[in-house]
Write a new protein. Sequence first.
Length: 264
Amino acid sequence: MRSLIPADPSLPPAEFDLHGHYAHDWIEQGGVRANFVASIDGAATTAGLSRGLQTPGDNRVFAALRDLADVVLVGAATAQAESYSPARPSTERAATRQRYGLRPAPAIAVVSASLSVDLSTPLFRGADPEHPTLVVTGSSGPISRRTDIVDLASGPDLAPGSVALIDAGSTPNGDVDLVAAVAQLTELGYRRILCEGGPRLLGSATARGVVDELCLTVSPMLVGPGGSRIVAGPDWSADLLPQLRLVGLLEEDDALFCRYRIQR
Ligand SMILES: NC(=O)c1ccc[n+]([C@@H]2O[C@H](COP(=O)([O-])OP(=O)(O)OC[C@H]3O[C@@H](n4cnc5c(N)ncnc54)[C@H](OP(=O)(O)O)[C@@H]3O)[C@@H](O)[C@H]2O)c1
């Protein structure tokens, strides 16, 4: 991998410090960083998943961004489609995290208004206090589902602190209030929030103004008509369209790894 921005021709590509590139202006200040991959023609999925767009470099960027996060924020649909489970970094990756002053593993936080998350999956059953799963919700979910989650969290099958429900309240349209959600996560010590999607969550979070940074892999392929985009949901008003500033650009095997700051 080579860095185009900032350019450093003196550094052989093999010695490029991927973690250092993404840790700069992030570890100290924290915030919300989104990570997505798209094809050249703007598709966010092939055959319903992002997997077909990924490259070896994208997989390393994905891992490095996780290594630098306190919590991974993910929409309920992506958590299900991509079979999310608690993040369990290798010893080497846990050591990298420790060097940056982070806990050994990031928590996973699933955003769901309906609370129709499958509590029988490894994401919940495999959680423990070191690798917790959080459910971030609003006020519109059925009481019975809240009870199911609270029962699981406090029941005999899981150690205390493995699963938690974060009630962020709702916006007038019934969405989870992502401004309050980010404030609560930050309050709980999750200062570096990595949003891994999907498009509905990114659309909603960006529209609420909580996304500080977008890390976008541009995969060197055309997918053709029919692919989805990296944002979905209701249209944004014209006065809301954010401007982005390119603060980092890497290249490997014809894929581009863009790091944009969202201007306020
Ligand atoms: N290209 C990429 O980088 C990339 C990244 C991630 C995912 N993906 C792909 O994207 C697809 C899934 O994306 P998606 O857009 O359909 O779904 P998504 O954003 O992953 O999840 C949508 C769900 O999350 C919950 N949610 C999100 N924002 C919310 C908000 N503000 N308030 C309340 N609930 C909220 C809702 O769950 P409830 O219905 O439970 O209320 C909603 O139905 C998958 O195919 C995945 O492979 C691609």
